[in-house]
Design a protein. Structure first.
Length: 109
């Protein structure tokens, strides 16, 4: 059975995944707004910031998955599932906006 301190640590990690993913989504949406104004360099800078947040979220997710892969018994968490889903959705948004920037840049030249 998982003790309370470990459970609190897992909860904090899970919430951090959601927070980092949410911050990344904010940068991605700002970048997308700038694409509409043909401000591609600024968009790319915001995507870099989004990527930094996604890397942080992914590292936390990987840490938890690695623990289970090493044999540590982990309890199922709907919140962790939500965190993973959010992170992967934001990652898809990141990839789409990154591609859109390239498409729009090519159309201008």
């Amino acid at each position: 059975m998982i003790d309370e301190a470990e459970n609190n640590s897992d909860l904090r990690q899970t919430m951090q995944i959601i927070i980092f993913s949410g911050d990344a989504r904010k940068f991605i949406m700002q970048a997308l707004d700038l694409v509409g104004d043909a401000k591609y360099n600024e968009s790319e800078q915001l995507l870099k910031q989004a990527h930094e947040q996604l890397v942080k979220a992914h590292a936390l997710q990987t840490d938890k998955i690695q623990k289970e892969a090493e044999g540590e018994q982990l309890e199922y968490s709907v919140l962790f599932t939500h965190a993973q889903d959010t992170m992967m959705s934001v990652n898809t948004e990141y990839n789409l906006v990154k591609h859109l920037i390239e498409v729009f840049k090519k159309r201008e030249y």
